[in-house]
Design a protein around this ligand. Structure first.
Ligand code: DX5
Ligand code: ZN
Length: 220
């Protein structure tokens, strides 16, 4: 379905108080919690991994939308499954050879598979994964270069969202990077229904207002 999913990026939260930050976001109306896993290799930044997901899982039943910015996503499937991840979104740029095996293993571990693409990666590259025998259930169109929160939204990525929405009317399409009250309308009208937002939510004096504004933009 294409229901709105508002997913605060916990990368912008206080990692030292992750459980209470997660609960705060859920109480303010967040649907999902977006968790950015970075390996310091696929992207020039290092964040959290399965042990932190496992710790957070003890404090919440929420959908943990895990975005794996890692060079070897296959190595993370077992640990992330055991840790209690809900969604497992890997990057197409590093999965050209083994995506079929990857998607099957993600599903076997009870997680929901998704594929992400960087701003410079053509949208055609994800078509086989959406149409495969074991299809991904979400496409994450990066709207900044992955690696850091707080960057500027790239409007040129919206053409990919439009093309994808036209081709797959009921697919979950997520956008991630630079989303907030001033950019969400463009993304929502292009066809995105899952909105990741880090700095615009956590930096707001009223994060709950930002979350409901994002939702309104998607729902119309
Ligand atoms: C960037 C991450 C994003 C990031 C978004 O590589 O994938 O999830 O946290 O942060 P904002 O919303 O601040 O751009
Ligand atoms: Zn992300």
């Amino acid at each position: 379905g294409v229901a709105a999913k508002i997913a605060p990026s916990m990368l912008s939260s206080d990692f030292a108080n992750l459980a209470s930050e997660a609960k705060r976001m859920l109480s303010l109306g967040a649907d999902w919690l977006h968790m950015d896993i970075m390996d310091g290799h696929f992207v020039p930044n290092l964040t959290i991994g399965a042990p932190v997901i496992e710790s957070l899982r003890k404090h919440t039943t929420a959908y943990l939308d895990c975005h794996l910015m890692v060079t070897n996503p296959l190595d993370y499937v077992d640990p992330m499954g055991k840790a209690g991840a809900s969604g497992f979104t890997f990057h197409v740029e590093v999965s050209k050879e083994n995506w079929q095996e990857l998607v099957q293993k993600i599903k076997a571990k009870g997680m929901r598979p998704g594929v992400a693409l960087k701003p410079g990666t053509p949208i055609e590259e994800v078509y086989p994964l959406v149409e495969g025998e074991h299809p991904v259930e979400m496409v994450l169109v990066m709207t900044v270069e992955p690696g850091f929160g707080g960057q500027k939204f790239m409007p040129e990525t919206m053409e990919k969202v439009r093309v994808l929405r036209k081709k797959y009317p009921s697919l979950d399409i997520e956008v991630d990077g630079g989303l907030g009250p001033s950019t969400v309308d463009v993304a929502a009208s292009a066809g995105a229904n899952c909105i990741v937002a880090g700095s615009s939510v956590f930096g707001a004096s009223e994060p709950g207002q930002v979350i409901s504004l994002l939702r309104k933009s998607v729902q119309g």
